[in-house]
Design a protein around this ligand. Structure first.
Ligand SMILES: Cc1ncc(COP(=O)(O)O)c(C=O)c1O
Length: 386
């Protein structure tokens, strides 16, 4: 079947939820992906900040293959070695005390909010406008986008308050005796790569400690090296009570997780939360491989070096259409003075996959193994197209 025929299957049969780019991707190698017609693209999007090691990384593929030959799934009723080994490794690295494995970012956030509510016995949650935390009912209520919330207003739980991002006064005003948690992205991704002032998270941490509120950082997009530290909250020198993660941790296999301090985690007892698939041997074998490659191949060093170079090169582009260039590590945004969708199309036609978020922000979240030569190639194309 050709591209048009394949896409028609979605038009005819899928529940209509996505606006997709008109390419059917077939295979990938490193930072390149190829569609079924043989067109190659430089992947500056990495499956929405997921493919940390790019495509077809030999160590990740081998780990998945080896594990698939042993056990793929066993349920949460039995122990499996990859999940246990990974938990210990990650906890040693992050300083949290306890982990819960989920399958996606939304599921991790839903569990984190439940944990905060159980721990405090309170029911209000404060989050930011322009945030993104997921599309389940609690995470949608936390997601500060009225347009996503509006059709489901009737079923959204009460007690979720969205306040302006990077505005401590607005946040303080929203706190009540019944505030259970504040959930925040260290850098907003979907909201347009919005970087808060350096003291913002520190101030939230202080407010949470003073008021016995659970401080949740959503590192679903910023985590796993994306911003140049293993987790982005480290860049702001804070220690949250709970951190959620997903996207990059499995290098492309669907995996999420909650990390928490002992004190907060102890609120959950068997029966409070669960999952059939979470922490399965296949995804955990993948996650172990990703973590090993991070160390063996100095991935964080690459993120910092190439990220800084990339942002520097973008800043050199002297275009009236560019309103701002911002980013940390390899989470980078170019805000335009007009909607960016046409540039996503033009770049794709020229062989580059990117995305536009918050209407005007071209967002680049490439594989963390990208090189300066790849960046040069991309900058040249972006320069011509803008
Ligand atoms: C910060 C953040 N949290 C949560 C989510 C939801 O993750 P998922 O799509 O895996 O449910 C996303 C997805 O983009 C995200 O960027």
């Amino acid at each position: 079947m050709n591209t048009r025929e394949l896409i028609k299957i979605e038009d005819d049969y899928f529940i209509n939820t996505f606006t997709r780019q008109p390419v059917v991707l077939d295979h990938g190698e490193g930072v390149r992906v190829t569609d079924i017609d043989g067109n190659e693209y430089l992947d500056m999007f990495a499956g929405i900040a997921v493919n940390a090691l790019g495509h077809n990384h030999p160590k990740l593929v081998k780990a998945i293959q080896n594990q698939a030959e042993k056990l793929i799934h066993i349920s949460s009723i039995y122990y499996n070695e990859p999940a246990l080994v990974y938990a210990k490794k990650l906890i040693d690295k992050t300083g949290f005390d306890r982990i819960f494995y989920a399958n996606s970012g939304a599921e991790a956030n839903e569990g984190a909010i439940k944990l905060a509510i159980k721990y405090t016995g309170k029911s209000e949650v404060i989050s930011a406008v322009e945030s993104f935390h997921g599309r389940t009912s609690m995470t949608l209520a936390a997601t500060g986008h009225a347009d996503y919330q509006e059709p489901f207003r009737a079923i959204l739980p009460d007690g979720f308050i969205n306040v302006e991002y990077n505005n401590i006064e607005a946040l303080k005003e929203a706190i009540t005796q019944n505030t259970a948690a504040i959930i925040v992205e260290p850098i907003q991704g979907e909201g347009g790569v919005n970087i808060p002032d350096i003291g913002y998270l520190k101030e939230i941490e202080k407010i949470c400690h003073e008021n016995n509120i659970v401080f949740i950082v959503d590192e679903v997009q910023t985590g796993f090296g994306r911003c140049g530290a293993l987790f982005a909250h480290e860049l702001f020198d804070v220690k949250p009570d709970i951190m959620t993660m997903a996207k990059g941790i499995g290098g492309g296999v669907p995996m999420g997780g909650i990390l928490a301090t002992e004190k907060v985690a102890s609120a959950f007892v068997p029966g409070d939360h669960g999952t059939t698939f979470g922490g399965g041997p296949l995804v955990c074998a993948a996650a172990n491989a990703v973590l090993d490659v991070f160390e063996d191949e100095n991935i964080l060093e690459n993120v910092n070096e190439v990220g800084e170079y990339f942002i520097g090169e973008l800043k050199k582009l002297d275009k009236d259409i560019i309103a701002d260039v911002r980013g940390k590590g390899l989470m980078v945004g170019v805000e335009l003075i007009k909607p960016g969708a046409e540039y996503v199309d033009k770049l794709r036609e020229a062989g580059f996959l990117i995305n536009c978020t918050a209407d005007k922000v071209l967002r680049f979240v490439p594989p963390l193994i990208i090189t300066k030569d790849d960046i040069d190639e991309f900058i040249k194309a972006l320069d011509e197209i803008l």
